[in-house]
Design a protein around this ligand. Structure first.
Ligand code: AMP
Ligand code: GLY
Length: 449
């Protein structure tokens, strides 16, 4: 069997590593991959967003199954294109992936099906206005600056009228960096300017969602959805803030652990009943068949679990500890999802805990330098119950060098969360590169922080 994994981060290294262990040891290709995927797969130079290039490669190489890691190609319709060409691919269609790609749409949908989420308002050009501008020759339509200005002014007026904390989110895709939490609403004015006027995140920030600030522990629930059945994977929690004790800007994720220590069976039941079931059913009624990973980022508030976001793919870095604990064959689970057979499978899990500590480049999530030599990778991987998943790495001559913001996801397993944690940190101590940054409090119990 030949499998193509699309993407080149830590999640994709974990996917390649796990898929390689499937029955019959499938041949894995990874596009574009990194220095870690190169040890378990053949890297293909095609970037993850080059859908035409990936399609040609899959046809030429007679790929049996394509697994898509990141959200961009999903939101841009890679699944629709592969399915049209008669190829098997794991992931939701563009219409289904909109749940992640358009936060304003996700909010509307949650409201319509009564899914608990933060109260929110949407500002910026309307869907019709955005669609109008996408027509050829209308990109620079004179009437638009006014409309943008109106949205921005209304957003500022709204923020000024608020007296409690709020969260500003770019409506489009921003790699986890489009969410700004403000305890003081006045601070949100600068965020609105940078998103809506200076367009610092490009099109993604033209529309914003402004929501009430919720408090409580966070948990990620990842499920496999086959259009009808919802199969809940083991829980995980990630750490999105750059700094220890959850301070500093949001990142793609500085670490994650599984299982989450915050989610009880009872709460999970409520989450499935009140969040996943209504969303999947609603999409179904709208003619959108959701197949792939459906991930809900939740906050467990005093008023019950509330949805912060939906993702249409495995979380990164959540995939690393979750896949490290998965004992069953991943190919079986992905094929059951594609074929609508999730009611017939059962996934076995390692009862141990797994903790993934991200080692990042100095400066991330802003500017950072690449090309720094990484040493100690082998010594770290040789430790018992440790997997060093690569994220932003590349091979230069014979060396492994840094090539991204998040460089490695050092993952340890242990009988308890504390043991898994010390395993992971022990391994990070063996790895060095210039400017390496990591948080020292990944998977620390809330009460210990
Ligand atoms: P998101 O990408 O929407 O999950 O947001 C990223 C992070 O921002 C979340 O993991 C939370 O830590 C924080 N966040 C998002 N929305 C809210 C909210 N309404 N209240 C408090 N924190 C939030
Ligand atoms: N770790 C959060 C995400 O993958 O979106």
């Amino acid at each position: 069997m030949r499998i193509l994994v699309v993407g080149g981060g830590g999640r994709e290294h974990a996917l390649c590593w796990k898929l390689r262990q499937s029955v019959g040891s499938p041949t894995i290709y990874c596009a574009p991959g990194n220095a870690g995927t190169a040890t378990v797969a053949t890297n293909v130079k095609t970037p993850a967003d080059d859908i035409d290039g990936l399609l040609s490669f899959a046809k030429e190489t007679r790929i049996d199954l394509t697994v898509v890691g990141p959200e961009d190609p999903l939101c841009r319709g890679i699944v629709d294109r592969f399915v049209e060409a008669g190829l098997r691919i794991f992931g939701p269609t563009a219409a289904a992936a909109r749940l992640e790609g358009d936060k304003a749409y996700a909010k509307k949908l949650m409201r319509e099906c009564g899914v608990p989420t933060a109260e929110a308002r949407v500002f910026g050009p309307t869907e019709q206005e955005l669609a109008y501008r996408k027509q050829p020759g209308r990109e620079r339509d004179e009437s638009f600056p006014d409309s943008f200005k109106r949205g921005y002014e209304l957003a500022c007026d709204y923020v000024e009228s608020r007296d409690s904390g709020l969260v500003v989110k770019a409506s489009g895709l921003a790699k986890g960096k489009g969410v700004f939490v403000h305890q003081d609403p006045k601070d949100a004015l600068a965020t609105l300017k940078s998103l809506m006027v200076d367009l610092e995140l490009g099109e993604a920030g033209e529309r914003v969602v402004i929501e009430e600030l919720l408090t409580g522990p966070e948990v990620s629930v990842m499920t496999l959805v086959d259009g009808r059945n919802i199969y809940v994977l083991e829980s995980a929690s990630d750490h999105k803030r750059l700094g220890e004790r959850d301070t500093g800007p949001n990142t793609g994720g500085m670490g994650a652990y599984s299982p989450s220590d915050t989610l009880t069976e009872e709460v999970l039941e409520v989450v499935v009943r009140d969040i996943f079931v209504p969303i999947v059913d609603w999409l179904h009624r709208e003619g959108v068949v959701y197949r792939g990973v459906l991930y809900a980022g939740l906050m467990l508030t005093a008023g019950g679990p509330k949805t912060l976001e939906f993702n249409c793919r495995f979380g990164d870095p959540e995939a690393q500890p979750v896949l490290a604990r998965m004992q069953s064959d991943l190919v079986d689970a992905l094929e059951a999802t594609i074929d609508g057979r999730l009611d017939q499978i059962e996934i076995q899990w390692d009862r141990r805990s797994a903790v993934c500590v991200v080692m990042a480049s100095h400066g991330y999530p802003k500017e950072f330098e690449s090309g720094k030599q990484i040493v100690g990778l082998e010594q770290a991987s040789d430790l018992d119950s440790v997997h060093v998943f690569h994220a932003g790495t590349a091979i230069r001559d014979e060396d492994v060098v840094t090539a991204g913001g998040r460089v490695l996801g050092v993952t340890g397993l242990g009988d308890t969360l504390e043991r898994a944690r010390s395993r992971a940190y022990e391994a990070t101590k063996l790895i060095q590169f210039d400017g390496a940054y990591l948080r020292g409090d990944i998977a620390m119990r809330i009460s210990d922080k």
